[in-house]
Design a protein around this ligand. Structure first.
Ligand SMILES: Cc1ncc(COP(=O)(O)O)c(C=O)c1O
Length: 438
């Protein structure tokens, strides 16, 4: 049967068909032919407890018998209220929660709030957004503007709003004549120079802890904190995207506390519902929220809202998910399980086509290169993703690479045994894929 579905970020001509997943069990995906694949990317970085988890399924069915959806326009609902309280409890300095249904929207909202904030307080000059090169915040126009990855979004450059972009220190690609410490200082100096020259910047938007889609660039210690301090010094709002890095992915519930930084706005998504239903949240501090208050005819309120904003089913499963984080002490478990990655550092880095491995918490990026010394990227005719997906499938693992980076982003509660299996099979996949890559 010919499929009518157009798949995301996919050169459709490379695929004659797609495996049909009919069941998920624990960390495994099962297709219509009965083949099992270990979910190496947590179903796009969102799965926490594995598939078909009974407690999470029960939370959805229980809520669906009471109320499947009611809007946030003029109304509220109990699961969304409860979730907002829980999110504020885990997010120091945050004061209000604005819901949406995907990460890109959560970031659009963060951008709109930060731009409008300055207008609300009568500061007309602050209209620019600063970001880091190579960041990623989603696929909608505002998110593409702020998280501009040239390969992804070059075709829309003319329609995107311009941002002020600063380099991010990548330990693997330190500029000639510099050591890594100089490089970091240089990145920070560039930001300070620009901030002090013309203070027209409304907000600095960055991923918290690491850039994920941009190639798993893990920030050096103190980097995020230094940007935070510059934002405070020069009165620039500090906006963090924890959609991929919060909720334990990098080993802490909230990454910004580990980074000793305090945002004015933070966005969560992906793992918020354990990977069961679509929901995201944008949290702001009191100062920002209060600036939106006034008489109705002041028109200061936030013009943003989606049909499914604050959906009670999604909120109910998110509440159960958060309860399970506590009950099962997930963050502690992640800190222990994530050490398994280290057992494989040497074996992976010795592979011919592996240039670099970058790892933090339950995230690993393996950078493939044609030449280890020159660090030159691989450009096969076929997409690297397709090659790795096909080879991974033969090994019984589900992989989705990002350009030259093999991403390992397993469900957070994966067992040590399954994580070892994933790593062993990834090594076999890299070996098997090599002849098609170079
Ligand atoms: C850091 C970050 N922000 C935003 C998004 C966009 O989220 P969504 O795909 O739910 O729109 C992603 C998605 O990968 C992401 O990694």
């Amino acid at each position: 049967m010919k499929s009518s579905v157009w798949h995301p970020n996919t050169q459709m001509s490379e695929w004659s068909s797609f495996d049909k997943i009919i069941k998920g069990k624990g960390m495994w995906l099962i297709d219509s032919k009965g083949n099992k694949m270990l979910d190496g990317v947590a179903s796009m970085w969102c799965n926490v407890w594995g598939h078909s988890n009974l407690e999470l399924v029960r939370a959805i069915t229980t809520q669906s018998k009471k109320l499947q959806h009611s809007p946030m326009f003029n109304l509220t609902n109990e699961p969304a209220e409860k979730l907002a309280n829980s999110l504020l409890k885990i997010s120091p300095q945050m004061y209000k929660v604005f819901y949406s249904d995907n990460g890109s929207s959560a970031m659009e909202i963060a951008i709109k709030i930060s731009l409008q904030y300055w207008q609300n307080i009568g500061e007309k000059k602050k209209t620019e957004i600063a970001t880091l090169e190579n960041g990623y915040h989603g696929d909608t126009f505002g998110a593409m503007s702020v998280g501009y990855v040239p390969e992804f979004f070059g075709k829309f450059k003319k329609q995107l709003f311009s941002t002020i972009r600063f380099p991010v220190p990548n330990r693997y690609r330190v500029p000639k004549g510099m050591n890594f410490s100089d490089y970091q200082n240089d990145c920070i100096d560039k930001i300070e120079k620009r901030f002090s020259k013309n203070n027209n910047i409304a907000a600095f938007v960055m991923e918290s802890g690491a850039q994920v889609a941009g190639g798993v660039i893990i920030y050096p210690k103190g980097f995020q904190n230094k940007i935070n301090r510059l934002c405070k010094k020069y009165d620039v709002l500090f906006v963090l995207d924890e959609i991929a890095t919060g909720f334990g992915r990098l080993g802490s519930m909230v990454q910004y506390t580990e980074q000793k930084s305090v945002p004015d706005i933070v966005a969560y998504g992906k793992m918020l519902t354990g990977g069961y239903l679509t929901m995201a949240a944008t949290l702001t501090n009191k100062k920002i929220y209060n600036s939106f208050l006034g008489e109705f005819n002041d028109w200061r309120h936030l013009f943003h809202g989606h049909t499914y904003t604050g959906n009670p089913l999604a909120a109910a499963v998110a509440n159960e998910n958060l309860k399970m984080y506590q009950k099962k002490n997930l963050i502690k478990k992640i800190q222990k399980t994530s050490k398994i990655f280290e057992e494989f550092y040497q074996e992976i880095s010795e592979l011919d086509i592996v240039g670099d491995i970058r790892h933090k918490g339950m995230l690993m990026g393996i950078e493939l290169v044609k030449n280890k010394i020159k660090k030159s990227p691989i450009h096969p005719k076929k997409s690297i993703n397709k090659i790795f997906f096909d080879e991974g499938k033969k090994q019984g693992i589900y992989l989705r690479t990002l350009g030259n980076i093999v991403m390992l982003v397993p469900p957070l509660a994966i067992s040590e045994k399954e994580l070892r299996l994933l790593l062993k099979r990834t090594i076999s996949t890299i070996k098997a894929a090599k002849s098609q890559l170079v």
